[in-house]
Design a protein around this ligand. Structure first.
Ligand code: KG4
Ligand code: ZN
Length: 325
């Protein structure tokens, strides 16, 4: 079995995965959302302290499997440096105490393998990763051959939901709140401009839309919030769809997936389904509980790395907050 640790942002999570069957034997996550909500976003130093407190508590429940462990896996990149360090420190301590090798897992690869928790992988695959930290399209040939073909130049899709919610005083995380608010709103009331719609570049951008929402919030009142939320969600999604349409003209999708915290968004899911229909492409999504950050996906990715002998020595393993795929 592999014990995996995730602490790249505001979720403290540990999982135990059986290597041969990929079965998830144990999984626990303690989210810090309510602690960060008052600040309208994640406060890194606070997150770090909360991990230091939560991770040992979760680890205690994993003791029954300690003597069956073959490796310790941990998210080392990308993420917040002060929170990644909490997980890596625990992983190192366990590696020393239990005399086990370490597996350094990339968080983005983890999100991609959230599709295959307790399953065999289905590749090749085109992936749209939408979370608080990332908005990118990745061509996945194999675990070791992944290429980012489109990314955001500024804010991410999930982050733009968080910022809009903050402007309306709705707390953090903004995604679920904005989605719920949008359900009672008129999505056509505000004609926010779809970002980069005339640019041929395959790139995303959310900072302009965020500013347009800010002006609408400042000009309107609370009774306008549902319409603002619905219009924002429509345009934020339309931006993804426009760029994907452009990309699909040259690279028609065969198998497509949406991963990351914002892949829970129902409007996005249904629009992507419609977009894929003419191509007859299959749509993969992770189970809702594995869309946001969790250690189960890190453990699943680590199973691939264990099989390939991809271990990182104790004196070499380190955090790489800004690294990509
Ligand atoms: O993957 P994740 O848990 O953490 C990162 O790696 O960033 O993603 C969290 C992000 C937050 O920005 C949150 O607002 C967004 O995902 N999110 C959503 C929804 N649920 C979560 N965005 C839009 N619609 C949702 N239903
Ligand atoms: Zn994530």
């Amino acid at each position: 079995m592999i014990l995996s640790i995730e602490s790249s942002c505001d979720d403290s999570s540990i999982a135990v995965t059986e290597i041969a069957t990929k079965r998830l034997v144990y999984h626990k996550k303690i989210s810090q959302e309510s602690e960060h909500a008052v600040y309208g976003g994640v406060v890194p130093e606070l997150a770090s302290r909360l991990h230091a407190e939560a991770l040992p508590r979760i680890l205690e429940a994993c003791r029954p499997w300690f003597d069956q462990l073959k490796a310790i896996a941990v998210t080392t990149e990308p993420g917040l440096s002060v929170t990644l360090i909490e997980g890596v420190t625990m992983a190192k301590a366990l590696a020393i105490a239990l005399k086990l090798p370490l597996i350094a897992v990339n968080h983005i690869k983890g999100h991609i393998y959230s599709l295959f928790i307790e399953k065999e992988s289905a590749l090749p695959l085109t992936v749209l990763m939408v979370s608080g930290g990332h908005t990118q399209v990745i061509e996945v040939e194999s675990f070791d051959a992944m290429e980012t073909v489109m990314r955001t130049g500024d804010d991410s899709f999930g982050e733009s939901f968080d910022k809009c919610a903050k402007m309306m005083g709705l707390g953090y995380p903004g995604g679920p709140v904005i989605e719920a608010l949008a359900e009672r709103g008129d999505a056509m009331r505000y004609d926010f401009t779809v970002p980069l719609s005339r640019s041929p570049r395959l790139e995303f951008s959310y900072s302009g839309l965020k500013n347009a929402v800010r002006l609408a919030v400042e000009a309107g009142g609370e009774s306008d919030y549902p319409d603002i939320a619905a219009s924002f969600q429509r345009v934020a999604t339309e931006h993804l769809l426009q760029k994907l349409r452009k990309y699909f003209k040259v690279h028609p999708p065969k198998r497509f997936a949406i991963v990351g915290g914002a892949s829970a968004n129902r409007h996005l899911r249904s629009e992507i389904e419609t977009l894929l229909r003419p191509y007859g492409a299959e749509l993969l999504t992770a189970e809702l509980k594995y869309c946001s950050d969790n250690a189960a996906m890190i453990g699943r990715a680590a199973v691939e790395m264990y099989a390939a002998g991809q271990f990182t020595p104790l004196n070499v393993i380190d955090v790489a907050p800004k690294s990509q795929l």
